[in-house]
Structure formats: structure tokens, C-alpha cells
Design a binder for this molecule. Structure first.
Ligand SMILES: [Zn+2]
Length: 391
């Protein structure tokens, strides 16, 4: 008993599905808010529940460094530690090692890197990434991969892809041998908030493989086929959003999706804008995550049904309208643009909190609307073109 996936409806390439995890069912296509260090910056868990977040993403690299995997494991795993009874996905740590560490050293065995917190030296391998992710206890965990830099020549991309395939096999091997060690699989405990379902004796995590291969269609195809041969519960498209133009991202996603099995969840890592997540759902992506809604919120950039709002602008100083008249979130129901603009200008912590709540609400509502549209069979009519225009 691990995770299972079923597709309830399709509309062209888009799929409406249900991913059953040990901590509840996730309706797909889904947007996963990023909770880097067991916290979605500025937004508490009760509000995330209210917004309808079904699954959060945690970063293994950050949690491994602080508070440490053993600490989280002893506290019953991530769900119990952060009082989040719904599903969680952790990444492998690979992407942060590659993006935050200029001094990393990659060998066949693994990656040596320095902590961005205190400069201490650490070593990640496929086995230690699995050990960390099993100890953290997310519902969906990721094989350890090398995120190939862009641009890179074909030989380099191929060598990197080959190593990711060997690391994928090692990840799976370790997972098979140790999957029963996940904290919630053994003992029935109740989380501090009294949520039921935090512990699920007898169940195990779902391990996803990651397709690499740079921007090369032939290498992407080969990477997909050989990752599928190893066999995983789902498949992610990695190695994108690494500085390539957006049109190329879309192209690579489209031709990689062609080679992924239709009966398994497909996860596109690290995208995107509201327009992009709709577009990718339309192409047949089931899961996405991105720091953009919360990061943009902290910089005063808000996504609304009428386009983007830069709340810092003086033009909002006397504006008594809600941020987004079509949004049902607690921020738009209660506060004016003038107040939000004031909080931002005064550098109040509440500005970051309220802005983050609205942006996440907008993303989650967007995906809810996409799911609704697929169910009704009118995906093509969903996203009005004026949505992408900036105000
Ligand atoms: Zn709102």
C-alpha cells in the first residue's frame, strides 16, 4: 500500500485525476504550495487548509540542515512536526545542492557541498537522500538526480543523464529495502492538534523518478524510457526553469510528456506563473509547485483575475476596492487595496502575510477552476486571454 492514481476525466491532453496518498486524496491537476523549511512562508497551516491546499512541498536540503532529519523523525515525521494532516511531497535535495552551492563536488558516489548556513561540509548520495526523505516521512518522495545546468553541450547532458539514471536505480534499491522505516508507518500516534490520519500504520511512501536530458528531445526520450524501465510510482520532469527561455521550457515539457505513461502521475517541478500552470495542466501535467506566489507576494506583486497588481504603487493609496473583486479569500473579503498598499509601504509583516494568502488563494482557485473545466469538458474555454495582461 503506497500511493495510487486514477484518472476520472480527460479533455484533450488535460487529465482530471485523483492521487490517493497515506494522508488523503489529492485532486489533480494540483498546485503544491512550497513549504521550504516545514513552513509556507507567512501562511499558517489552518489557513492553508481553509484555502484548500491538498498537498505541500518540503525541501529536503533545508530540512536536513535545519532542524535535521533525525530531529523531525523523532518528533514523528513532518506531518506531525508541522501539524499538517494532509499530503506532503519532499524533493530529493539535489536541486538546492546544485542551485545554492557553487563549491559542490559531484562524483559517481554523490555530491559534496557546503551548507549555506554555516559553511559546514556535507555529502549527499542517492542512498542518504532516500534515508533523509524516509525519515522526514512525506507521502511522495523523489529519486536523487543531477539537475543539469543550462546551457550545456550534448556530451555533458548525456553524461549527466546517465548518472541520474544510475542514481535513480540506487534510489529505488535503497527505498525498497528501507520503506518500512517511515515514521508514521509503525506507530499510531495523534498529532499535537489532534488530527486523525497523521499516522497510517502499514502504508508506505510513493517514490517518483525524475526525467532529465537537458533541452535535447532525443535525450529526454531516452531518459524517460530508461527511467520508466526502472519503474516508479510517478514521473517528474526535472532540469527546467534553469535559465532557459520560457518557450523552450514549454517545448521540452510537451515532448517529454509524450514519453511518460498515461496511467501514472506526472509532476513538472518548479513552475510557474498562473498562465503557465494552466497551460501545463492543459498539456497533461498533473502536479506542479513553485515559490512564485509566495515570493512575489513578499515583493508586493499580486496575481488577480484582472491581471497583475503591483500593490506598492501610489495609485492604490486611496483605492477602497478589494484587491480582486472576484476573489473569495479572506484578504479580498476584508481589506482594501489602500490598506494593503499602506502595509507594504510601512514594511509591516502583515503585508507579507496577507499578500501571500491572496496569491496562494489565487493559484489554488486557478487550479480548482481548471479541474472544474476538465470535468465539464470545456477546458478550451477556461482561461480568458486578458488574464495574462499586466495592469
Ligand atoms: Zn484574494
Amino acid at each position: 500500500m503506497s500511493i495510487s492514481f486514477q484518472i476520472d476525466a480527460t479533455q484533450n491532453a488535460a487529465r482530471l485525476g485523483r492521487l490517493a496518498t497515506p494522508h488523503g486524496v489529492v485532486e489533480t491537476p494540483v498546485f503544491m504550495p512550497v513549504g521550504t523549511v516545514a513552513s509556507v512562508k507567512g501562511v499558517s497551516q489552518d489557513i492553508l487548509e481553509e484555502l484548500g491546499a491538498q498537498i505541500l512541498l518540503g525541501n529536503t536540503y533545508h530540512l536536513y540542515l535545519r532542524p535535521g532529519v533525525e530531529q523531525v523523525r523523532q518528533l514523528g515525521g513532518l506531518h506531525r512536526f508541522m501539524s499538517w494532516p494532509r499530503a506532503i511531497l519532499t524533493d530529493s535535495g539535489g536541486f538546492q545542492v546544485f542551485s545554492l552551492n557553487e563549491l559542490r563536488k559531484v562524483t559517481e558516489a554523490g555530491v559534496t557541498f557546503r551548507s549555506h548556513l554555516d559553511g559546514s561540509s556535507h555529502f549527499f548520495t542517492p542512498e542518504s537522500s532516500m534515508e533523509a526523505q524516509i525519515g522526514l516521512g512525506a507521502d511522495v518522495i523523489m529519486a536523487f538526480d543531477e539537475c543539469t545546468e543550462h546551457p550545456a553541450d550534448r556530451e555533458r547532458v548525456q553524461q549527466s543523464m546517465e548518472m541520474t539514471l544510475r542514481w535513480a536505480a540506487r534510489s529505488k534499491e535503497y527505498f525498497k529495502a528501507h520503506k518500512r522505516e517511515v515514521p508514521w508507518a509503525r506507530t499510531a500516534e495523534v498529532c499535537p492538534a489532534g488530527h486523525v490520519g497523521t499516522s497510517v500504520p502499514g502504508q508506505t511512501q510513493g517514490l517518483f523518478g525524475i526525467v532529465q536530458g537537458g533541452m535535447d528531445p532525443a535525450l529526454r526520450k531516452e531518459s524517460a524510457e530508461r527511467t520508466i524501465e526502472i519503474g516508479f510510482a510517478g514521473y517528474a520532469i526535472g532540469g527546467l526553469s534553469v535559465g532557459e527561455p520560457r518557450a523552450l521550457t514549454r517545448e521540452v515539457v510537451e515532448f517529454t510528456l509524450e514519453h511518460l505513461p498515461s496511467d501514472k502521475p506526472r509532476y513538472l517541478m518548479g513552475v510557474g506563473t498562473p498562465e503557465e500552470i494552466v497551460e501545463y495542466a492543459g498539456l497533461g501535467v498533473d502536479m506542479m509547485d513553485c515559490v512564485l506566489p509566495t515570493r512575489a507576494a513578499r515583493h508586493g506583486l499580486l496575481f488577480t483575475s484582472e491581471g497583475r497588481v503591483s500593490i506598492k504603487q501610489k495609485r492604490y493609496a486611496g483605492d477602497q476596492e478589494p484587491l480582486d473583486p472576484k476573489c473569495g479569500c479572506r484578504v479580498c473579503q476584508r481589506y482594501s487595496r489602500a490598506y494593503l498598499r499602506h502595509l507594504y509601504a510601512a514594511n509591516e509583516v502583515l503585508a507579507q502575510v496577507l499578500n501571500s494568502i491572496h496569491n496562494l488563494s489565487f493559484y489554488l482557485d486557478t487550479m480548482r477552476a481548471v479541474r472544474h473545466s476538465i470535468a465539464l469538458g470545456n477546458k478550451a474555454q477556461f482561461f480568458p486571454t486578458e488574464h495574462s495582461r499586466a495592469r
